[in-house]
Ligand binder design. Structure first.
Ligand code: AOF
Ligand code: ZN
Length: 349
């Protein structure tokens, strides 16, 4: 397997745990063998390179480091990784993609080259950039990367009407969604979904999984204080005048935002890099109309419904909007169609 692929697998161990930092992985290779592995576990803790260098010990001298993100050149919560690689005597560094953080953005690579290391940028860049979409969105736009996930019938309906949930997708699709919940910083629903389904918004059936932060878009604070989604840390996004004393007493963090754009900027300020939007159609439609959905993951089930609520109810656009970089995969009895509305921010080498 490609060494950069192994570095990406290392990085994945930090997915959903590193906000506002990126998930990053590193493997050190000497004599064609992996002699050190590491990943960034959490903001404030060591960067991937530091753990991989520790793991490699003296074998790092003269070795090649594969890193999924450009090694940093700045002193943040931790010292620069470029310096750690130089000090350890690493001879060659292979980087998947440059760091869009304006304090790094090419400086890490430049520093390594100045010190005589051989640096190669680009292998598996697309996969790395996708894995880092949340971080890239937050650092360049100040808001999380938003993925609209839904399960629809073949005729595009996600529920019979706004009030009644409908089991559309099969068990394999539902299991996959739980692996995503484990990897996203936050999960969002509209108050209509809370009132209709009272969802838990937790990660279930994923070994070592952790729950994403629940976000409820609830302009007039209609969420019952007994709602399952309301727990310490839940963000209640409301309008300016909503009455929220009881929600705050229940541990909710209230974010008062006059517009959806400001709501997302507010979530960004809380360090949310990635948001999995799980319904309902009304919230998704409002975000879509405001051009705030970046990616779509749709499970299409081979069933028909007839009358019902479509995945988007916004006023019709003049022309269909095509997703790009589309993938279709069979997931159990369903077909998963994934694609992008926005290009993930990246820095050119
Ligand atoms: C790396 N390796 O594993 C990570 C990097 O506050 P700090 O010190 O943790 O720095 C955070 C910034 O460092 C973050 O915004 C991003 O630019 C970079 N993250 N860099 O070389 C890593 N997590
Ligand atoms: Zn670093």
């Amino acid at each position: 397997m490609h060494f950069m692929h192994q570095a990406l697998q290392q990085a994945a161990l930090g997915l959903g745990r590193t906000a506002p930092n990126p998930p990053v992985g590193c493997v050190i290779v000497a004599g064609g063998e992996v002699v050190g592995r590491g990943f960034h576990p959490r903001a404030g803790q060591g960067h991937a390179e530091v753990f991989a260098l520790q793991d490699a010990g003296v074998r790092a001298r003269g070795a090649t480091a594969y890193v999924t993100l450009e090694p940093c050149s700045h002193t943040g919560r931790t010292p620069p990784c470029a310096d750690a690689l130089i000090r350890a005597g690493v001879a060659r560094v292979v980087v998947a993609a440059l760091d869009p953080n304006p304090v790094v953005a090419g400086r890490g690579v430049a520093r390594l080259r100045t010190h005589g290391l051989d640096v190669h940028v680009g292998p598996l860049a697309d996969a790395a950039v996708r894995q880092q979409a949340g971080f890239r969105s937050l650092i360049t736009r100040g808001r999380p990367w938003v993925v609209y996930k839904y399960a629809a019938t073949l005729d595009g309906k996600i529920s019979a009407d706004d009030a009644r949930p409908l089991p559309v997708s099969g068990p394999d699709a539902r299991a996959l969604v739980h692996t995503w919940r484990n990897e996203f910083d936050a999960i969002a629903v509209g108050v209509g979904t809370v009132l209709a389904d009272d969802p838990h918004l937790t990660t279930r059936g994923v070994p070592g999984g952790r729950d994403p932060r629940p976000i409820v878009f609830d302009r007039h604070a209609r969420t019952p204080t007994t709602a399952r989604a309301l727990r310490p840390g839940t963000v209640l996004v409301t309008g300016p005048d909503a009455r929220t004393d009881a929600h705050e007493a229940a541990g909710a963090h209230v974010l008062r935002a006059p517009t959806l754009h400001e709501a997302l900027q507010g979530l960004g300020a809380l360090g949310v890099t990635s948001l999995l939007l799980e319904g309902g159609a009304r919230l998704a439609s409002a975000l879509y109309a405001a051009d705030l959905i970046d990616e779509v993951r749709a499970f299409i089930a081979p069933t028909l419904l007839g009358a019902g609520l479509p995945a988007l109810t916004s006023p019709a656009a003049h022309a269909p909007r095509a997703l790009h970089d589309v993938q279709a995969t069979r997931v159990g009895t369903d077909v998963l169609i994934e694609g992008f509305l926005t290009a993930i921010p990246r820095v050119d080498a």
